[in-house]
Design a protein around this ligand. Structure first.
Ligand SMILES: Cc1ncc(COP(=O)(O)O)c(C=O)c1O
Length: 406
């Protein structure tokens, strides 16, 4: 089924219940959690339970995993970069990830062996900052390329970790190709958070790194005796994050997998378009990819995680920018008794979508398609805080009335 209302487009799917992505199951991702636990400052990020907002929106529960509190990074991305870079170093040093952790890499003997390594990547902000931060922590160098139009705040955050970072004239996907070429020509290590033919090992480690977020959220829900989610909303750029979380939950819950909804900006909705076309193959989107959801402004799906999204998601939704502004505002101005969550442009689109489909009858058909009702317990991952503080303030104070029927 396909629906389109007020620029929001949704397509539903029937997920499979076989061929689970075993590289994302509990057993395969144990070394990830061990590695993350060895990082100074590691602790699970909060799972914020918004009872008042749930009541207001007519659902049973709303859970928001607040990744603005991840290390000092204001975003979830370091979960991927730290694990992948540790795996790269293990390969170079000839040790197993079971024997090495961040304390091992910090020993003087190991530091001397890795000091000349240069990590190269492309980023719309958060992944590049995570690579630069990890490289700095390891005593290595980093080079980071950003797409045109990138936020100065996000560039400065990367520069603050001693990285050689710059804003290019390219869109995200062409910046990735530039980073690949530069790394190849200069004998550097290309650490990209998306896979393509012939480049899969490092992005798969990054994807595995993101599962810590899903593991923590599931544990927090079970530890607090909260109802397990009936729905998970996952925003996608290239789809590595969504693939990681969906892959982890698919392995864990199998036939009882919560209904998972993939949400993207309409200017870069490559996963939506891939699902809509329904050939099973990923579809690329080109051009400027212009959206305030900078972390989601990616036009070419990760070829590995696309298969997870294709096989296990229940619906795909393409959203104009006003949807994420709605979510940022709902989380920034909580109802009495609810906690505030600082959620940036790429973190809040799922909450914005739930808010709009719950409030406006014009969106009822989409709400029905997503099977959202008063029995729904919905899990969101707010994957960044105010990574562009100026635009964040502008968005949460936006007063434009939406032209909708209540
Ligand atoms: C804050 C934020 N959320 C979500 C995403 C999407 O992740 P992916 O590109 O793996 O789909 C990104 C990617 O940069 C991001 O920065």
């Amino acid at each position: 089924m396909k629906l389109s209302v007020k620029g929001i487009k949704a397509v539903s799917a029937s997920p499979k219940t076989k061929d689970y992505p075993v590289f994302l199951n509990d057993e395969a991702t144990k070394p990830v959690r061990k590695l993350h636990s060895s990082l100074t400052g590691y602790e699970p990020t909060p799972l914020v339970v918004l009872d008042k907002l749930a009541k207001e929106l007519g659902v049973k529960n709303i859970y928001v995993k607040d990744e603005s509190k991840r290390f000092s990074m204001n975003a979830f991305k370091a979960l991927g970069a730290t694990y992948a870079m540790a795996r790269v170093l293990c390969d170079r040093l000839g040790v197993s990830i079971d024997e090495a952790d961040f304390n091992y890499f910090k020993s003087e003997e190991v530091k001397a062996k890795i000091a000349d390594l240069v990590f190269v990547t492309a980023t719309d902000g958060n992944h590049g900052r995570a690579v630069a931060w990890t490289a700095q922590m390891l005593g290595c160098k980093s080079v980071v390329y950003m797409p045109k139009g990138s936020s100065k705040f996000r560039l400065d955050a990367i520069l603050s970790h001693g990285s050689d970072a710059s804003i290019t004239e390219f869109n995200y996907d062409d910046a990735v190709r530039l980073a690949y070429k530069m790394a190849d020509e200069n004998g550097c290590i290309f650490v990209q958070d998306t896979a393509f033919e012939g480049y899969e090992e490092i992005p798969n480690w990054i994807t595995q790194g993101y599962t810590t977020m899903a593991y923590e959220a599931n544990k927090q829900i079970l530890d607090k005796n909260l109802p397990v989610p009936t729905h998970i909303f996952l925003q996608a750029g290239v789809g590595s994050m969504a693939g990681a979380v969906l892959g982890y939950f698919a392995n864990k819950y199998e036939a009882k997998l919560p209904k998972t909804i993939i949400v993207e900006p309409d200017a870069a909705d490559c996963i939506y378009k891939s699902a809509e076309k329904a050939t099973g193959e990923p579809v690329n989107v080109g051009g400027d990819l212009s959206t305030i959801m900078a972390g989601l402004a990616c036009g070419e799906p990760n070829t590995v995680t696309w298969q997870i999204l294709r096989d296990f998601a229940h619906a795909y939704v393409s959203c104009p920018d006003y949807v994420t502004v709605e979510g940022m505002k709902a989380l920034a101005h909580p109802m009495d008794g609810d906690e505030m969550v600082i959620s940036g442009e790429s973190g809040a689109v799922g909450v914005g979508l739930l808010s709009l489909i719950s409030k406006y009858k014009e969106l009822d058909e989409i709400k029905k398609m997503l099977e959202i009702n008063e029995d729904s317990s919905v899990l969101f991952f707010s994957t960044e805080g105010d990574t562009d503080p100026e635009n964040y303030i502008k968005c949460i104070n936006e007063t434009t009335e939406l032209d909708f029927d209540k």
